[in-house]
Design a protein around this ligand. Structure first.
Ligand code: SF4
Length: 417
């Protein structure tokens, strides 16, 4: 992991939402965007609130029409998280959003033809100290005229890169846009340069980070369905963050936006960039040793614990005790399954041995009791009280003599029966 890159800092939000910094030494923020219409005020407020509760630090809304910017004033009175207005084509929407008290504008100057119009937005934001995110997404900067010639020409600047021409084009556009802002002495800027190609995202943000000191908003755009989109996003964003690049991020794939927030937070938790909220669940992938329905159990455990446990307790759900104890090392609460049973440990101490049907409830009970102890100061997260003593894999967990006698289980530790 490399040290975080030093950037300028911009501030968003107001006294109702709280002020949040982007860049500098501020924590990396997680963003998402509403999927509903902004002019449907109640639904929009409810959607923003849902994302806030899931952990979003900033929420973006689209304002394609005047009725959307007209709704902003009321929305901003009710929400508790900074809101960004996403403006495309119509500079008036940006001015209206500023007038309504928006906390940040997202703008692609290339989508607004008239330089004076861009200047008006910059001046309005400058007057109110509202930052602007300049987006140079791959899709919005493609030059369609003389495409082939331009690709060859620009590709030379980053020879060796798979998408060298796009890198060159994105950098050139960004420089061009930044000149507009610098001419007005405006520096409350966040830059984004998204693409659907994770390799290009890594390259372009790395190039931008080497050239400019503005905070960066990371994202792989239109990443596809959640199953692959999450991986595309994690591949690019984790690489950049591990390299010290990135001040705010949005995961964007075709799924409920709550998932974007959860996955964005998970990246930060995994890279140690944010203190985890709620349970950290470890689970085994299962193998031929499994004797319970572990996948169902893990799903149920995840749902229950995420709803009922607040502290970052590490919980391990392991399919057996062959590798389980080693793999669950460091877990506060662990269950090792056997033949339709589970043995539960809390910080190394064995506390229960229950049938499969009772594992979920007992595990939840142990987690709750452990959490209460931590809250009372009687236990500490991540502290092992004693070393786990694995149970007898056959006798105690009940996989039993029949299997051994049938030659189905290797005789490791056989108890007298
Ligand atoms: S914990 Fe046991 S069942 Fe799960 S993968 Fe490891 S060895 Fe297989």
């Amino acid at each position: 992991m490399q040290d975080r890159r030093k950037t300028r800092q911009v501030w968003i939000g107001d006294s109702t939402t709280g002020r949040k910094a982007i860049g500098g030494d501020a924590p990396i923020l997680v963003q998402t965007m509403t999927a509903g219409y902004t002019h449907e005020i109640d639904a929009c407020v409810a959607e923003i609130e849902r994302y806030r509760q899931a952990g979003a630090d900033v929420v973006r809304v689209a304002v394609p029409e005047r009725k959307d910017t007209e709704a902003l004033k009321e929305i901003l009175k009710q929400v508790r998280v900074p809101v960004v207005a996403d403006v495309h084509f119509h500079y008036q929407r940006a001015l209206e959003a500023v007038e309504a008290g928006i906390h940040k504008i997202r703008l692609n100057p290339g989508n607004i033809n008239d330089r004076d119009q861009v200047n008006k937005v910059i001046d309005a934001c400058k007057e109110r100290k509202i930052p602007i995110r300049i987006g140079v997404n791959e899709g919005s900067i493609i030059e369609r005229k003389d495409k082939q010639r331009r690709m060859e020409e620009l590709g030379k600047y980053f020879a060796g890169h798979k998408s060298g021409h796009l890198l060159a084009l994105m950098i050139a556009k960004l420089e061009e846009y930044l000149e507009i802002f610098h001419a007005r002495d405006f520096h409350d800027i966040v830059i984004s340069a998204k693409s659907m190609d994770p390799a290009l995202v890594i390259d372009i943000y790395t190039e931008i980070a080497n050239r400019f000191d503005y905070p960066l908003h990371l994202g792989v755009t239109h990443a596809g369905p959640k199953s692959t989109g999450a991986i595309r996003s994690v591949a690019a964003l984790s690489t950049l963050i591990a390299n010290g690049i990135g001040d705010t991020l949005r995961i964007s794939y075709a799924s409920d936006h709550i998932d974007e927030v959860k996955d964005g937070l998970e990246i930060l938790y995994c890279l140690g960039k944010r203190e985890r909220k709620g349970v950290e669940l470890i689970a085994c992938p299962t193998c031929g040793r499994i004797q319970v329905d572990l996948f169902t159990l893990v799903k149920e455990v995840e749902a229950k614990l995420s709803a009922e446990i607040e502290l970052p307790i590490k919980v391990a759900v392991m399919g057996c005790i062959v590798n389980g104890p080693g793999e669950a090392e460091g877990a506060d609460v662990a269950v090792f399954a056997g033949d339709r049973r589970g043995i539960i440990y809390v910080q190394g101490q064995r506390v229960a041995n229950v049938p499969e049907a009772e594992i979920l409830d007992r595990l939840l009970k142990e987690c709750k009791e452990f959490e209460a102890k931590v809250k009372r100061g009687e236990a500490k997260l991540g502290e092992k009280v004693v070393d786990i003593v694995p149970p007898d894999p056959i006798g105690e967990l009940g996989s039993g003599a029949q299997k051994i006698n049938a030659g189905l289980v290797e005789k490791v530790t056989v108890r007298a029966t």
